[in-house]
Design a protein. Structure first.
Length: 579
């Protein structure tokens, strides 16, 4: 690495100042040197040495050879074997007529097949549409049709869910099913007939990726996020967006090391991935960096704290996290002391509010470096990152932006920038910002302004540029990293014949960050129980969106002059709501 000796000398002299760290890491010739590029007509700072596209990332990963790329139960897939599977599947897509810009949907839990499918799609210039594996059949079908996907990559459980529901998806021409319990019918075909099982990947023919001209700002992904109408909307990401995160994550890690008085290192790690790959956190913030560095991802399809402790010990896991829930449950597990967790040196998370107590406990009880960050689907994950002594000193902050990103706090009408310390709407800019929303020009125009994204978060920036999120303008409840858009649940509750009015609010929760709680006013003469309403929602939406509690009120819900429910008043009214 260029300038490694200078970094080593500087680190040996003790922790560097924040300004000195940035200057050292981004100096000419350094790994995190920056350049300027025109992105959608806007001059933008970019990482000079970022890979140009995701096909290049796939080819780069092959250089890690027999290092393990993925561990899932007894499955162990090397980087060489994974690349062969990616190339074989990419070639198969070509035979199916998949062209540059075509959408291919991907609905799987965390399996070794997920990164194979993802890179096979994007490496030929097609657009991957990762779907929430927890969604109902109707929710999955909406996104598939909204994206006009022609091919669906799915695991056996999701295939069965869609088949049992008999949901119409006329845009689909082919469905490839991984780990099906029985042979797929209709347009379905077992993925194993194309690339075999994980154990077979190493024996696949040695072939290159199909050649496809790809520019950094070509579309690569559509990640669905909640919209103002309650329907998910697709955030269109580019190759540059995802490749940026490789360097952004590395920069944040190097900054933390220098601030701890240690020389930055770039070496493969063993990562326990407990957040879904269908989220930008799992895909962009974790998978991209792992592919570039040759790190091993230990996959957990379903979170279980006891199983996580076992895997940390067995696989000598060094890094885990994702959301604060993970850290809380690891710390509080009654059997924690019986496991050897000495390999665990870093716990990073974001996606949900976290208490200062959590930061201190990670440091004191696990001896690991706590890390926090902020990003969103529209920023393809990492914008800020926080770790080690800086996080311990500012436990309510989500950190400083990485060097290629800018933050500012604006008045909520967007007319004026606010000075340090004042609370307003957080805006973000950089090469990680997505292009806009898929086929939603009005929403795109309202959210993306001259390279900036209006985040909908209320925040303040301190004098050192550390960001502090204080609330949200949008009514999103974040439960363990999962976004729950209030209006979606409220619309379902309003469909119940006994409900006259309903609101969903997020109440603070020590483990999950927030929990969704429904406030309901019943129609005169009608009755409904809490469990009845919760089951009504459960039958129509994914399980994580179901309110953990229902509170009944005798009067109509409070509204402002514009007719909107005053949710702040409800949070005060029901502030003692527990879980």
């Amino acid at each position: 690495m260029v300038r490694a000796n200078e970094a080593m000398d500087a680190a040996s002299a003790g922790p560097l100042s924040l300004d000195a760290v940035r200057a050292e890491l981004t100096a000419p010739g350094a790994r995190f040197e920056m350049a300027q590029a025109m992105v959608d007509g806007v001059p933008t700072r970019v990482w000079k040495h970022a890979p140009p596209d995701l096909a290049a990332v796939a080819r780069l990963s092959r250089g890690h050879g027999e290092r393990l790329a993925a561990i899932h139960g007894e499955d162990r897939v090397s980087y060489e074997a994974q690349f062969r599977a990616i190339a074989a599947l990419a070639g198969h897509f070509r035979t199916l007529g998949v062209a540059k810009g075509d959408r291919v949907a991907l609905a799987m839990s965390n399996l070794p097949e997920w990164p194979v499918a993802f890179f096979a799609i994007v490496s030929i210039g097609a657009i991957c549409v990762p779907l929430n594996a927890r969604w109902t059949a109707a929710e999955l079908a909406f996104a598939i049709e909204d994206a006009d996907a022609t091919i669906l990559m799915v695991d056996g459980d999701r295939f069965r869910r869609l088949s049992d529901a008999g949901t119409a998806m006329p845009s689909l021409r082919h469905i490839l099913v991984a780990r099906a319990s029985e042979p797929p019918t209709g347009i379905g075909r077992a993925l194993e007939t194309v690339i075999g099982r994980c154990a077979d990947y190493a024996a696949l023919p040695d072939r290159p990726l199909p050649e496809t001209p790809i520019a950094p700002d070509d579309d690569s992904t559509i990640f669905y996020t909640s919209g103002t109408t309650g329907r998910p909307r697709g955030a269109v990401g580019t190759h540059r967006n995802l490749c940026t995160n490789i360097l952004s994550s590395g920069y944040a890690a190097a900054r933390t090391m220098l601030r701890r008085g240690r020389a930055p290192i770039s070496e493969p790690r063993v990562i326990l991935l407990v957040v879904p790959l269908f989220h930008v956190t799992g895909c962009s913030a974790i998978l991209m960096g792992a592919m570039a560095t040759g790190s091993t991802i230990v996959l957990m399809p379903h979170w279980d704290a006891g199983e996580a402790l076992r895997l940390i010990e067995r696989e000598r896991v060094q890094v885990t996290g994702g959301v604060p829930t993970v850290a809380w449950q690891l710390l509080d597990h009654p059997d924690r002391a019986t496991y050897d967790l000495s390999s665990l040196d870093t716990i990073n998370y974001g996606g949900a509010p976290s208490a200062p107590e959590l930061v201190r406990r990670i440091d004191a009880e696990l001896g690991a470096v706590p890390g926090n960050g902020w990003g969103m689907t529209e920023t393809m994950a990492t914008v800020t990152q926080h770790g080690g002594p800086d996080y311990l000193a500012r436990p309510t902050s989500c950190g400083q932006p990485v060097a290629v990103a800018d933050l500012k706090v604006m008045t909520t009408d967007g007319s004026r920038e606010l000075p340090s310390g004042e609370v307003g709407e957080l805006w973000a800019r950089g090469p990680m910002i997505v292009k806009g929303y898929w086929r939603r020009p009005d929403a795109t125009a309202a959210t993306f302004v001259d390279g900036w994204v209006r985040t909908g978060d209320l925040a303040r920036l301190d004098t050192d540029g550390f960001c502090h999120i204080v609330d949200r303008l949008r009514d999103i409840v974040i439960r363990g990293g999962e976004n729950i858009y209030s209006i979606e649940v409220e619309n379902v509750l309003h469909a119940h014949p006994a409900v006259a009015d309903a609101a969903l609010i997020g109440m603070p929760d020590r483990i999950w960050g927030e929990q969704p709680v429904a406030i309901v006013h019943l129609r005169p003469g009608f009755t409904a129980t809490k469990d009845e309403l919760r089951n009504f929602v459960r039958a129509r939406l994914a399980g994580f969106k179901v309110p953990v509690a229902v509170r009944f009120v005798d009067a109509a819900l409070p509204r402002n002059a514009g007719g909107k429910i005053v949710k702040h008043a409800l949070r005060i009214m029901f502030g003692d709501t527990g879980t």
